[in-house]
Design a protein around this ligand. Structure first.
Ligand code: AVJ
Length: 322
């Protein structure tokens, strides 16, 4: 079966309004910040794919190892008929689950949801071609806003992989999990990937690689603001910073202004000034402890069923039941 046309729940206008609001709020705040979802235009999505292949960036490989070992168990426990993936990107690791679920029999539909139409178009076309008989329904949407648009019925398994839940702040995370539970019916499933707390000497290089790909990914958000909102950021005048916050147990990515700057965002009629050395926060990537994941899932009304890690215990995958 060929992939169905993408269902668009985020129109260009929606995206533009969201970006405008976020940029206005974030760049007039003290300290300044921008949400990480704006990294992922076509170029940002490609840079992220490149990050996943870097020697320092262990989460993708570690999560793949867990899924390679445990996908058959997930298929056996869940016997899912519909597989939904939030923030699906290229859906590369998802194939391990598609393989296990199709081998077991009973999987009918795959529903990837992502803010990036370009990433989604590529993944749905590929997956439809590689899994004949599977219905593939791509949804352009925002997993913090469009959980109520997911298809219903038919024993669902929702994937939230890659540690993307760590990009939400604690209050956003609680709201997301509660909303997720409300969108599911008893007997549906959630499989969630979380990067684990470990020595910062392993974590920090994953966010500050020697080749500078993560730095380019980080600066890409400035290019998005320039293009979409008529900004005149000079991305080359910002230094990439990755800092471990031991209190919150998260990595922060920031962009540090190398000199004093005045940036004009024409479409917002907004002038923003940066002091030399001032930092703009662009991402939080929280790292988890197994007991913390279990507690957050329980607080949202999920029943914990399994927790698996890779052999080096770098990354955790948790299966929970609604
Ligand atoms: C895989 C989207 C969760 O936080 O590790 C990679 C994105 N940021 N390098 C992460 C990311 C910097 C990422 N997610």
């Amino acid at each position: 079966m060929s992939a169905e046309p993408l269902e668009i729940h985020l129109e260009e206008q929606d995206l533009a309004r969201g970006l405008r609001d976020d940029v206005r709020v974030g760049l007039t705040a003290d300290p300044k910040w921008l949400p990480p979802k704006w990294f992922y235009d076509a170029r940002g999505s490609e840079l992220f794919e490149e990050i996943t292949r870097l020697p320092e960036y262990y989460p993708t490989r570690a999560e793949r190892a867990v899924l390679a070992a445990r996908a058959p168990a997930v298929a056996e426990l869940t016997r899912a008929k519909t597989l939904i993936e939030l923030g699906s990107g290229s859906s590369e690791k998802t194939r391990l689950l598609l393989d296990a679920l199709t081998r077991r029999g009973g999987l009918g539909t795959f529903v990837p949801l992502d803010v990036s139409a370009s990433a989604l178009l590529g993944s749905t076309t590929q997956i439809a071609a590689d899994y004949p008989g599977l219905r593939v329904r791509g949804i352009v949407g925002d997993f913090t806003r469009h959980l109520d648009r997911l298809p219903t019925g038919g024993r669902r398994l929702v994937l939230f992989l890659g540690g993307t839940i760590g990009n939400l702040l604690p209050a956003e995370r609680a709201a997301f999990l509660t909303g997720m539970r409300a969108a599911l019916e008893a007997g549906d499933w959630l499989l969630i990937g979380t990067d684990l707390v470990k020595d910062p000497s392993i974590i920090v290089p994953a966010y500050d690689d020697a080749a500078g790909v993560t730095a380019e990914f980080n600066r890409n958000v400035l290019r998005v603001v320039n293009r979409e909102l008529g900004g005149d950021f000079d991305p080359a005048a910002f230094t990439h910073v990755a800092r471990w916050d031991a209190t919150h147990e998260w990595i922060e990515m920031r962009l540090r202004a190398d000199r004093p700057m005045r940036v004009r965002i024409a479409d917002l009629d907004l002038d923003v000034t940066f002091a030399a050395g001032e930092e703009l926060r662009t991402e939080v990537s929280a790292k988890f402890r197994p007991e913390g994941v279990a507690a957050e899932l329980a607080a949202a009304g999920f029943v914990h069923r399994a927790f698996w890690t890779d052999p080096d215990a770098l990354f955790g995958v948790t299966l929970a039941r609604a």
